[in-house]
Design a protein around this ligand. Structure first.
Ligand code: G6P
Ligand code: MN
Length: 433
């Protein structure tokens, strides 16, 4: 993000960047990494750190939020508890996403309320996962000023454009759904749809990360490319098997790489930056390995470890469009209005949007097939039940959200998973009664 901020500093008219964290040890460490970037680039962006949220928010034009309530330790509980019952252990999909949302929603509501007071005109860009549920919960406070960001749709578009050898900005990607639950139905250049040709071509498909995750014949029969997170639905049994065989969850793996980073002696800004890059690279090279994204030789299709596009690209493109008013088409998590006609207008959906100086508006895409629609409707109900459970501190509603999740095999298993969460995760123990 900070590297991208450097690039768009003048275009965005950035006067000050304020960092806020409740973890006093992380702030100086991150400031050092930023200092490393400044030195590398030979220029600096005015940055200040604070441990006071109101101070950070006061008068801001744009607020970026990415928090992890309970830290990586809670992520590990989110993942290991369901896995102990043979159910998917993943941070945003399955029971893990529900637990993550339950403890995060009250904190994010508080942040949103304070943002509404201190920075009433700010655009609030939410990165905090599970991004769809969190954005829906804060949009009740911030309205259309809040929207959510995920890098996976744009990552998919970038890979497809590169495979097709056409500039990404020239293509139209018909993508719709919820966060980590979306579907690409067409890739248009002019009036021509390039997706059917891509799906037919095994050689081309081999270069696409999504095609190492999903069965080619299945992709062809769908006639669409699902978001990579759909691997957890269409490949549940194999993913759970890989997770059990690995002997550690993704959270446990990341805890180790991050521990190395934060434990190392700070040293110089250059060293801090190099350590940061190494930790980030280690994380990205193993991303979604459990879903089959990494080949046997350790390589992955269409993956660019130096890709700075990701989150930074989406977040800063949105800020530029809001600032300049120049209409920009991008996939964001925003209020549905009538884009997905089978959901109500207030629902937060992840779909094609146009961003102008007036904010973010969804655009209708091709109608989704019944199976996709069914999954989206079911998960929207799970999301809303989770939000209600978090806001009311209700264990029965949390149990219901778990039981309604398509990846939880029975109400009894849902109850046992909830029991495990309440016993092992302090925020959930305190929240639910
Ligand atoms: C992608 C997803 C994010 C997720 C990130 C890291 O960027 O869109 O929602 O937080 O991957 O995943 P990891 O498993 O490495 O923490
Ligand atoms: Mn995401």
């Amino acid at each position: 993000m900070y590297e991208a901020v450097h690039d768009v500093r003048d275009a965005l008219g950035i006067t000050e960047l304020v960092l806020y964290d409740i973890d006093g040890a992380r702030l100086p460490r991150v400031l050092q990494v930023l200092e490393g970037i400044d030195r590398e680039r030979g220029s600096r962006v005015p940055v200040r750190a604070t441990a006071d949220l109101d101070d950070a928010l006061e008068g801001a034009d744009v607020v970026y939020s990415a928090i992890r309530v309970g830290g990586i330790a809670s992520r590990i509980v989110d993942e290991t508890v369901p896995l102990g019952h043979g159910v998917l252990g993943q941070e945003t999909t399955g029971p893990g996403g529900i637990a993550f949302a339950l403890r995060t929603i009250p904190v994010m509501r508080d942040i949103a309320e304070r943002a509404a007071l201190r920075a009433p005109n700010a655009w609030f860009m939410n990165f905090t996962n599970p991004a769809g549920m969190i954005t829906e919960a804060i949009a009740e406070v911030l309205g259309d000023r809040a929207f959510g960001i995920c890098d996976t749709p744009r990552g998919m578009f970038r890979r497809i454009a590169a495979l097709l050898g056409r500039p990404q900005e020239r293509l139209w990607f018909d993508y719709a759904g919820l966060n980590h639950l979306g579907f690409l139905q067409a890739v248009r250049d002019g009036t021509e749809d390039l997706l059917p040709g891509l799906l037919e071509d095994d050689a081309l498909l081999d270069g696409l990360e999504e095609a190492s995750i999903f069965d080619h014949a299945f992709l062809r029969s769908l006639g669409m490319i699902p978001n990579e997170y759909l691997a957890y639905y269409y490949g549940t049994a194999e993913v759970v098997r890989r997770q059990l065989d690995a002997g550690r969850t993704r959270g446990q793996e990341i805890a180790e790489t991050q521990r190395g980073y934060f434990a190392a002696e700070p040293g110089s800004p250059e060293e801090a930056l190099a350590a940061w890059r190494a930790a980030t690279q280690a994380r990205s090279s193993t991303y979604m390995a459990e879903a089959g994204a990494v080949r046997e030789d350790g390589s992955r299709a269409g993956h660019d470890p130096d890709d700075l596009e990701g989150y930074a690209g989406v977040a800063l493109r949105a800020a530029l469009a809001l600032r300049s008013g120049r209409p920009t088409v991008m996939v964001l998590n925003a209020r549905n209005r009538t884009a997905l006609p089978f959901l109500d207008p207030q629902a937060i959906v992840e779909t094609v949007c146009v961003v102008t100086g007036a904010g973010v508006r969804t655009i209708a895409t091709a109608p989704l097939p019944l199976h996709a629609r069914g999954l989206i409707e079911q998960m929207k109900e799970v999301e809303r039940t989770t939000i209600a459970a978090a806001l009311q501190g209700s264990a029965p509603l949390a149990a219901r959200a778990l039981a309604l999740h398509p990846l939880v095999p029975s109400t009894a298993v849902a109850d046992r998973i909830l029991e495990g969460y309440r016993a092992q995760e302090p925020h959930l123990a305190a929240l639910l009664s």
